[in-house]
Ligand binder design. Structure first.
Ligand SMILES: Cc1cc2nc3c(=O)[nH]c(=O)nc-3n(C[C@H](O)[C@H](O)[C@H](O)COP(=O)(O)O)c2cc1C
Length: 383
């Protein structure tokens, strides 16, 4: 086996360790995705047609999430059926100063077929430069460039970046035009309902200004920036933006599961949907949303499949060179709802290596099998 670990049992022969260290993400998917009920092969986002046509036919997207949507996370989402995945927001100033660490955020990792890159900043000239550089480095793998006009974090807004741009429609329009001057791909914007909950909703008018500046699509998160990520997302905002612009709208906010993904699209008239926190421990959300859209029932992953997805996630982190600290939150998500979840989560907190996580998945899988066998025996005894 290429990864040197057994996808069926979660065992990790010592002989496979060195091999595993260098094992590519493609080999990890090949080996573990089927056991997790995920696809080992990732379908590229269609290259032909308008963005509106491509989104309408492939509407469920993995949202940009800083500190979460790294290459491993995106690969898992794509293996789970996401039509396209976004990078986390990437600083145009960081790219300008040439940081390789910043570049790592913007580049796809094999076997990602393509990528949506989200940029943030406040200086049109830096956006122009970043768009040209991203276009050159990613080439055919770049599907679109999205401009972040939604981030509510004070560290960002203080510099006039992220959701602060909602107060500066003219500057925001110049940023869109600066990207368009260099990009061969569509340029889109991600916005929020408004900056503060105290003020009026600005999203529909602001979206119209961005579309007039040349944005090919508008992603709308129906919370205000002052809400951060709390409270309810207003799907009415998404609906009003969809009614205000001729370009496709991508809905975001409170898309907790597959049925919400289908509902937000239907109720708002959005063309496509971004799934954000609804993907935590649930890469199957995308294929299930597609099933629901086609009138088919959802397929709920088994506990064994969830454990294989956890193993796959951890191995993908290793294969893509990510910090293993990310595996902790992933473990928490996948273990949610398992028998004795809190005990297993405590154990996950003590995991230090990839093999620790694989051993945990293997031990829990064995416990579940034992409990299943005991239940079957009890059933037979009673019958
Ligand atoms: C941890 C985290 C990081 C995020 N980072 C970004 C980001 O880099 N760029 C962005 O446009 N939105 C970001 N978002 C917002 C999400 O893309 C999404 O719009 C928001 O979470 C609403 O969707 P939800 O309620 O379904 O989670 C982030 C959200 C979370 C929870």
């Amino acid at each position: 086996m290429s990864a040197g670990r057994d996808a069926g049992t979660g065992t990790h022969p010592a002989a496979g360790r060195n091999q595993a260290a260098g094992c590519a993400a493609a080999a990890v998917l090949e080996e573990w995705a089927p056991a997790a009920g995920l696809s080992a092969r990732i379908a590229p986002f269609p290259r032909t047609g308008t963005l509106a046509e491509r989104l309408a036919a492939n509407p469920f997207l993995m949202a940009p999430m800083a500190g979460v949507s790294d290459a491993a996370y995106r690969l898992l989402a794509r293996a789970g059926g996401a039509a396209l995945a976004y990078t986390e927001m990437v600083s145009v100033a960081g790219l300008h100063y040439g940081g390789e660490k910043t570049w790592e955020l913007a580049c796809p990792r094999d076997p990602e077929p393509d990528l949506a890159v989200q940029l943030f900043g406040s200086k049109p000239e830096q956006f122009r430069e970043a768009a040209a550089a991203v276009q050159e480095r990613l080439g055919e793998k770049l599907v679109l460039i999205d401009v972040n006009m939604a981030c509510p974090v004070p560290k960002v807004t203080r510099k006039g970046e992220g959701s602060a741009l909602l107060d500066e429609p003219e500057l925001a329009a110049r940023i869109v035009r600066a990207c368009l001057a260099e990009a061969d791909v569509p340029v889109t914007c991600k916005i929020r309902k408004a900056r503060t909950s105290a003020g009026p909703e600005v999203a529909p008018e602001f979206a119209r200004a961005m579309a007039d500046a040349g944005a090919s699509a508008i992603a709308v998160h129906g919370r205000t920036a002052s809400q951060l990520y709390r409270g309810e997302a207003d799907w009415g905002t998404v609906e009003r933006v969809a009614a205000a612009v001729d370009v496709p709208v991508i809905a975001s906010g409170d898309v907790r599961d597959a049925s919400a993904a289908v509902r937000i699209r239907r109720e708002t008239g959005a063309c496509a949907v971004m799934v954000a926190r609804g993907t935590y421990g649930n890469p199957w959300v995308f294929s299930n949303a597609r099933r629901l859209l086609a009138g088919e029932p959802e397929v709920v992953p088994t506990a064994e499949q969830r454990l294989s997805a956890l193993a796959c996630h951890v191995l993908l982190l290793e294969a893509t060179g990510a910090h293993l600290a990310r595996a902790r939150s992933a473990a928490g998500w996948y273990l949610k709802g398992m028998p004795d979840a809190s005990t297993w989560r405590d154990r996950a907190m003590r995991c230090r290596t990839v093999d620790d996580y694989l051993a945990l998945a293997s031990a829990l899988r064995a416990q579940l099998a034992e409990e299943g066998a005991a239940r079957a025996a009890e059933g037979e005894r009673r019958a």
